[in-house]
Design a protein around this ligand. Structure first.
Ligand code: R5P
Length: 284
């Protein structure tokens, strides 16, 4: 197998190459002065099984991904698996107002073309995998996240809402911890209180897990409430650390630790998803 990679997730690509025991194809990636992208595949990939790796975030990586997919058409490759570690545009997964577009569907329709298989990681909404016109799966980083949190001595792993509860459950299983989710109670017009559904956090070490952290607002509010209710320590962990604007600096002040996987490279990418991807690659 040969890995063809764009400019995103470089650390993950290195980890994957080590984990799989394969090599990276020689590729030239450049930007013209006007920021348009140039790609060239510099070796013969005829007959190879290809793993193409690129995030569909930020936008510039989408173009790179499309050009790399097209560049691969110059070769008689054996198979093409497209790995999108962070599948951007996943959060618009339904129409809220007339005239909108389901961005996740637009992206899936275009990215799937030409691949034999698509692998995503903790995609924001599982139904998105059905919108590719090729077999697509989403693997989860939550077991690796749970193992990491076990090393931090967490007692309870929580999700900031019911929607992410399955992720908290998976992480908790790996950490041998309890799990719960946060429920918002409206006290009055101006006040919302966020409680854990059933567990008491008094004196406990808590790991909050989520698929992504963007502005950090969700984690900040959850953490503040946990501390208010007597939580001893709070660690925030996500699969995809987008950390928009000053989210990382802000969260470092708010919680005892912020960690993410290597789907998006950032100073907190301490957990690798390479092994879970390897499993998905070689599973029939
Ligand atoms: C929401 O459904 C997601 O799972 C995350 O909770 C959300 O996108 C986090 O966004 P932010 O960090 O901006 O609060």
């Amino acid at each position: 197998m040969k890995v063809v990679s764009g400019s995103s997730s470089k650390k993950l690509v290195e980890a994957l190459v080590r984990e799989i025991g394969c090599t990276k194809a020689e590729v030239t990636l450049k930007r013209f002065p006007d920021d348009e992208c140039y790609v060239r595949i510099d070796e013969d990939l005829n007959g190879e099984e290809i793993l193409l790796v690129s995030n569909s975030y930020p936008d510039r990586n989408i173009i790179e991904l499309f050009l790399l997919q097209d560049a691969l058409r110059n070769f008689e490759i054996k198979s093409l698996t497209t790995l999108i570690p962070y599948f951007g545009y996943a959060r618009q997964d339904k129409i809220f107002e007339h005239g909108e577009v389901v961005s996740a569907m637009s992206m899936a329709g275009r990215i799937g073309t030409g691949s034999d298989k698509i692998i995503l990681v903790d995609v924001h909404e599982p139904k998105i995998t059905q919108w590719f016109d090729r077999p697509a799966i989403s693997v989860s980083a939550m077991t690796d996240i749970g193992k990491y949190l076990a090393g931090k001595g967490v007692d309870i792993i929580i999700s900031p809402d019911l929607g992410a509860l399955e992720m908290a459950k998976t992480a908790a299983r790996a950490a041998n911890a309890e799990f719960d989710y946060i429920v918002k109670h409206r006290i009055n017009e101006d006040t919302v209180r966020m409680d854990l559904k059933s567990l008491n956090v008094q004196g406990k070490c808590i790991g909050i897990v989520d698929d992504m952290i963007s502005t950090g607002g969700t984690i900040r509010e959850s953490a503040r409430n946990i501390y208010l209710q007597g939580g001893r320590k709070v660690y925030a962990v996500c699969t995809h650390g987008l950390f928009s604007r000053n989210a990382l600096e802000m969260l470092k002040v708010e919680v005892d630790g912020v960690y993410s996987t290597d789907t998006i490279e950032n100073p907190c990418s301490v957990i690798s998803v390479a092994s879970v991807i390897k499993e998905a690659l070689f599973k029939n």
